[in-house]
Design a protein around this ligand. Structure first.
Ligand SMILES: Cc1cc2nc3c(=O)[nH]c(=O)nc-3n(C[C@H](O)[C@H](O)[C@H](O)COP(=O)(O)OP(=O)(O)OC[C@H]3O[C@@H](n4cnc5c(N)ncnc54)[C@H](O)[C@@H]3O)c2cc1C
Length: 427
């Protein structure tokens, strides 16, 4: 077996990096393993930007620490920006990769890329080592404490922690287009929607435009609706491509647009843990992306010379497994703004379900000017003594997870878990 570390973190998404950096800053020796060749998880590999707003009633971030540090450092080079609505979380995913590398390097986090966790050696409710595969073959790495940040609770699952996998949100393969004439497009958006009910166009420093607009199958008066109708009639897109369409500009990528779509169309609900469903989703997603590209170029002024610059290397999975922890987060806790002493994170993001079908969609706002806490116990799994699970696989009901899963909360959960184990080690 390789060297014994104080803490091993599996998964280098935002929650995993936060966990690793927080523990390393408390002088723990930390190994972070990641199956991709870069850090960031959903935020980079699935092109998920911006971070959702998570501020208190006074407009201050509900989670401080690494969340603020990451955004402030990106802002210095123009790679993150604050929307006038108070959300500082608009960021450039490509630059996020550099920053996360730097954070790990500065804090002596040991990184192993292209390394996939495949199993666990467990004895008497205690994890002794993890089994991984990489170019060196099948490897075993041992630590005193473990943090599962795989987003899918892979480590917890291999260690025998009971997990909930009943319901799933829809899968999305995100993509970006470049060479968009953003000035022309934003002017057109303002012309068709001067009241800005469904869109937002904000002109910032250095020619930055923070822009977003959307369209869904719900008939609420979307201004893009006539164009989607035309495109379906003309056979440029299929009705399923118009189900959910949402776009954002990207700070630091002046002519680019990030697409929070397509939702992968399928006649049956897709399972993010089924390799056949995942494989179907990539191919189907790319077909839908090609049609959406044609839609934009044909019907949206400003997109005439645009092209697809990137398709997310990894499918966007909003949730897959949720662990059974010592403290489970319920939607009632969220709707009643329940607070906990020593919470892992605080949030006022709504219950936000991207359903597998139209009927499955839900957006339920929380109490105005209040927030709920994510208890540290929702990161502590049942039956295993030296493991914590951070990020989107926390212990929560399906509905509660749909609120807790946003990036600011994932960073805060990771940071809390890193600090939690570091405190144990230093006692
Ligand atoms: C389509 C989509 C849109 C979203 N929109 C927003 C939004 O607008 N704003 C917002 O704030 N949040 C949004 N979210 C939610 C948010 O992006 C995620 O919940 C959050 O980033 C999850 O972070 P994480 O660290 O828990 O997991 P992930 O980011 O999934 O990180 C897990 C990491 O573990 C690695 N890994 C997985 N399995 C293994 C293994 N076996 N071995 C080694 N490594 C492994 C992965 O490669 C990955 O790097 C969205 C999510 C999706 C999918």
């Amino acid at each position: 077996m390789n060297k014994k570390w104080d803490i091993i973190v599996a998964g280098g998404g935002l929650s995993g990096v936060a966990a690793a950096v927080a523990a390393a800053r408390k002088d723990c020796s930390v190994l972070l393993i990641e199956k991709n060749g870069f850090l960031g998880g959903c935020a980079t590999a699935s092109l998920v930007t911006p971070m959702m707003k998570n501020n208190d009633a006074k407009g201050n971030p509900l989670n401080r620490g690494l969340y603020e540090e990451i955004l402030k450092r990106l802002a210095k080079t123009g790679n993150s920006a604050k929307h006038p609505d108070g959300n500082p979380g608009w960021f450039n995913p490509e630059e996020m990769k550099f920053l996360l590398d730097r954070l790990c390097e500065e804090n002596n986090v040991n990184l192993l890329f292209d390394t996939r966790l495949i199993g666990v050696k467990r004895e008497d409710g205690h994890i002794k080592a993890i089994n991984c595969i990489n170019k060196g073959g099948v490897q075993q790495y041992g630590g005193d404490y473990y943090i599962d940040a795989t987003g899918d609770a892979d480590l917890a699952f291999y260690a025998g922690v009971p997990c909930d996998t009943g319901e799933h949100q829809s899968l999305t393969l995100r993509f970006n287009m470049d060479n968009v004439n953003i000035f022309k497009f934003s002017k057109w958006l303002i012309d068709i929607e001067p009241e800005m009910t469904f869109s937002s166009v904000e002109y910032g420093d250095c020619n930055t435009i923070l822009l977003t607009t959307a369209h869904t199958s719900e008939d609420v008066g979307w201004k893009l609706r006539p164009y989607f109708r035309l495109a379906v009639r003309d056979g440029v897109i299929k009705p399923e491509d118009a189900e959910y369409f949402q776009i954002f500009t990207i700070p630091g990528q002046r002519n680019a647009i990030a697409f929070n779509c397509p939702r992968i169309y399928s006649q049956k609900p897709l399972d993010p843990l089924d390799p056949w469903d995942i494989s179907y989703a990539y191919v189907q997603g790319r077909k839908q992306i090609k049609r959406l590209e044609n839609f934009c170029k044909t019907y949206l002024p400003g997109f005439e010379g645009a092209y697809i610059s990137q398709i997310a290397p990894c499918l966007g999975i909003r949730e897959s497994r949720r662990i059974e922890g010592v403290n489970k987060l319920f939607e009632e806790d969220i709707l009643e703004s329940k607070k906990y002493k020593g919470a892992a994170a605080s949030s006022n993001y709504p219950i936000d379900i991207h359903g597998n079908s139209k009927q499955g969609n839900e957006l339920t706002e929380l109490l105005k000017n209040d927030y709920y806490d994510i208890p540290i116990g929702s990161l502590i799994p049942q039956h295993v003594s030296n493991l914590m699970v951070v990020g989107k696989a926390l212990s929560a009901t399906f509905k509660a997870q749909s609120s807790a899963r946003i990036q600011p909360n994932c960073i805060a959960m990771g940071e809390s878990a890193g600090n939690y184990w570091a405190k144990r080690i230093k006692i």
